[in-house]
Ligand binder design. Sequence first.
Ligand SMILES: Nc1ncnc2c1ncn2[C@@H]1O[C@H](COP(=O)(O)OP(=O)(O)OP(=O)(O)O)[C@@H](O)[C@H]1O
Ligand SMILES: [Mg+2]
Length: 345
Amino acid sequence: MLIATCPHSSLFERAKVHGRSTEVVTTMSELWVEKHRPRTVTDIRGQRSVVERLGVYASKGEFPHLLFAGPPGTGKTTAAMALAMDVFGEEFRRNLLEMNASDERKLESIRSKVKQFARTTPYGDAPFKVIFLDEADALTNDAQGALRRIMEQFAETCRFILSCNYSSKIIEPIQSRCAVFRFRPLPDAEVQDQVAKVAASEHLDIVDDAVEAITRIAQGDLRKALTTLQVAAALDRTIDRGLIYETSATAPPEALHGYLMACKEDGFHAARRRLRELLDRYGLAGTDFVAQLHRNLYAADFLDEPAKLRLTERMADVEFRLVEGGSETVQLDALTARLVNELDP
Ligand SMILES: Nc1ncnc2c1ncn2[C@@H]1O[C@H](COP(=O)(O)OP(=O)(O)OP(=O)(O)O)[C@@H](O)[C@H]1O
Ligand SMILES: [Mg+2]
């Protein structure tokens, strides 16, 4: 699990421990999500209507306050950076103040930073400076209320770009001051293309069904896709489907299918054994397993619709109890017992 969530340090450590060449250490310690982040608006994948509208701003060199909303790893921070680069050129960092609202919960610290930043005139012939406030939905409603004053106060010299996962957590008055852009999970074809492109530029040997596995795991989150690729590549430059599943805490569909079949045909003890093997082999936590089983349930063609609906309810119960702190062994055994009973021919 650690390796999946923190590729940077684990890759670095691994290279050091095995005393590989320094070249490996430097390439491996670089995050591919950063290295392959598009530098111009037109290189952003998917998000067609967003890219079109931002392209107009980029060519005019002028834009209003912006609000980017959408799920993780779909290009919001990328779009903000790329727009700043397109408008300000290489020296864009001089005209850009980046803040993360979840680090800077106190609005006072935001206000004083903005004030200081806005005091000097924009670098070059830029008409304004840009303040990028990431994770703006982490601000309390009170802080957002105060932010709208700041946005007005500095509107002459600064444009705000706010980014959030849930636009419903941003108060109306702020939304009405911004042009709102909605980012969607990326289509599978876009994820596949980008993974293949990054793999080629990193000189990896990767087979098509490994790219497909990454796409299935990522579910429209390109950050997750590239992180999964890099974690696997740290172990082996030749990447197949098995390696992807084993390094990403994800069970392949046939393993989940095998468990369901065992519940249906082999009885409780055999199914329970399969489940243990599956958890060990792929390094899954109980909640991962339930979520992945749920995603695969609807594809199981040996189950009829009413059975799938009943099983969904069972899984929802077990998931809730696991999240509330129920014992993993007991809860997963209970799930297996229920499935065996439900599926008994
Ligand atoms: N639409 C995209 N086109 C190209 N690359 C992308 C796109 N979306 C994400 N990426 C890749 O994934 C990485 C993470 O994306 P980004 O930082 O833009 O996500 P985000 O939408 O800001 O997510 P979060 O809500 O978690 O902040 C980027 O560095 C880039 O490599
Ligand atoms: Mg972001």
